[in-house]
Structures are given as structure tokens and as C-alpha cells.
Design a binder for this molecule. Structure first.
Ligand SMILES: C[S@@+](CC[C@H](N)C(=O)[O-])C[C@H]1O[C@@H](n2cnc3c(N)ncnc32)[C@H](O)[C@@H]1O
Length: 239
């Protein structure tokens, strides 16, 4: 991990969410209280080292960004980046993004959800760690108002097929949008995320999709997970 000048936890505190009392009955985060303004909110799940949050927060100061990352050292790394650049329109939480989105984000309260390069978790015994599942997709559909956006990117073609299938299985609640084109990368920080930089530099294809939440109702229950289908397993076997 690229070394950043260490900052004391007190310096990071304004950028991080204090550990929430996760055992208490979950209550939604009040964005206006968290950010001190009523700007629109965008969420990134699994932000890693936080390149997307840092770049976008600087580029769009009129938007609030909320990131959730399950690994504490990445939360602190991203918070250090944000504190160093004084990006007060971002807060980063440490926890399971699936649960935080489900339990702590009010319906229709965020303008976009970004999921970039989620781990595919190939092994059957790790599959329950996969972020992008039919349940997750329903949660995304719930937190986005009509017109809200879901953006995804991955280097794993099959996981891309699985994710896009999951969105399609959600029915008319999501409409396809043209995915944003790749950024022009003149500098190491011009990439979408750290993983995007790594894979583009390696010349690997990147698969991207974008969706708009429509006014259509979400299904009551999630569709079966296509990630559990024979095709998925066969693909791995053929690799
Ligand atoms: C392959 S990395 C991609 C990081 C970043 N999005 C990028 O593109 O550079 C996947 C990230 O998702 C995080 N992650 C995995 N499961 C998660 C979960 N349930 N909630 C939040 N973050 C999660 C991992 O810790 C890791 O940082």
C-alpha cells in the first residue's frame, strides 16, 4: 500500500463514521446531520483505498459521498487521503456495506450507488461474502429514488454477466443507461479506482454498466442468484 503520512485518529474523526452501535435497533443515518447540509448523497460500497471518493469529492463539491468498506485499514487509509485534502463532503464507514445499506440508509435517500471491482469470491465456501447479490440489488433499488443511478465496473467478465443478470432479474425497476466512458488517464490519479488503474495498466478489459432507477415497483422477493447456476461453476472449471 502506498505510504501516506500518518495522521492521528482525531484528525481522521471528521471524515469517519464512529463505530455505530450495530447491536441496537438500526436507525437510518440522517444525511443532513451527518454532512451538515442537504446536498445529494452518493454511496460507494467497498471503496478500497478510496481513489474514487477522493477524486469525485474534489471534482463535485456540491455532492456528499458516503463510503462503506469492510476493512478497517482501508477506511483509515481513505480517511487519511480525505483529511490531507480537506474533503469535508465525504464520510467513510467501516462495516459490511450490504448491511449498512440495508439497515442504515433510508428509502429513496441517495442519488447514486457505486460498486467498483467487487471481489468475485470464487470459492463456494466464500460465496456468502459476495456483495452483489439479488438481495443487495433490491436494497439498492430501495435506497435510490426514481432517477437515481447504479454504477458498476469489474474486470471479471463472468461476474459482470452475473451482476447484469441480477439487475435484469429485478425487472423494470432498473433501466439501462450508457455506462460512463473510461477516464482519460494522463496521471496515476486519473483512474476511476485503484483497481481500475491496475487492470487498465495491465491491458485487461473492464466491463461497465449503469442503470437508472425507474418508477416501477421492486419485486417483493429477490430472484434466484444466477451466481449459483451451473454456468457459473462450469466457467470456473473451464478456466
Ligand atoms: C477488489 S477490491 C476493490 C476496491 C475498490 N473499489 C477499487 O476498485 O479499487 C474490493 C473491496 O471491497 C471490500 N469489501 C468486500 N466485501 C465488502 C463488504 N461486504 N462491505 C464493504 N466492503 C467490502 C474489500 O475489502 C475491498 O476493499
Amino acid at each position: 500500500m502506498r505510504k501516506l503520512k500518518k495522521l492521528p485518529l482525531e484528525a481522521l474523526a471528521p471524515f469517519t463514521l464512529p463505530t455505530l452501535p450495530w447491536d441496537a435497533p438500526p436507525t437510518p443515518i440522517v444525511w443532513t446531520e451527518l454532512f451538515g447540509n442537504d446536498h445529494p448523497v452518493e454511496v460507494e460500497i467497498g471503496f478500497g483505498k478510496g481513489l474514487f471518493l477522493t477524486t469525485e469529492a474534489a471534482r463535485r463539491p456540491e455532492v456528499n459521498f458516503f463510503g462503506v468498506e469492510i476493512v478497517r485499514k482501508y477506511q483509515l487509509y481513505a480517511a487519511t487521503r480525505l483529511a490531507t485534502r480537506g474533503l469535508t463532503n465525504v464520510r467513510v464507514a467501516c462495516g459490511d456495506g450490504r448491511a449498512i445499506l440495508r439497515d442504515r440508509v433510508a428509502p429513496g435517500s441517495v442519488r447514486a450507488v457505486h460498486v467498483y471491482f467487487p471481489d468475485p469470491w470464487w470459492k463456494a465456501r466464500h460465496r456468502k461474502r459476495r456483495v452483489f447479490t439479488p438481495e443487495f440489488c433490491l436494497t439498492v433499488g430501495r435506497v435510490l429514488p426514481p432517477g437515481g443511478r447504479l454504477l458498476i465496473a469489474t474486470d471479471v467478465e463472468l461476474y459482470f454477466r452475473v451482476m447484469t443478470q441480477i439487475v435484469r432479474d429485478t425487472g423494470p425497476a432498473f433501466a439501462d443507461l450508457p455506462p460512463p466512458p473510461p477516464t482519460e488517464a494522463r496521471h496515476d490519479f486519473d483512474y476511476l479506482t485503484n483497481f481500475e488503474r491496475k487492470f487498465r495498466k495491465e491491458g485487461r478489459p473492464i466491463y461497465r454498466a449503469a442503470y437508472e432507477r425507474t418508477t416501477a415497483a421492486l419485486p417483493e422477493t429477490p430472484a434466484p442468484d444466477p451466481g449459483l447456476s451451473g454456468e457459473f461453476i462450469e466457467f470456473r472449471a473451464a478456466e
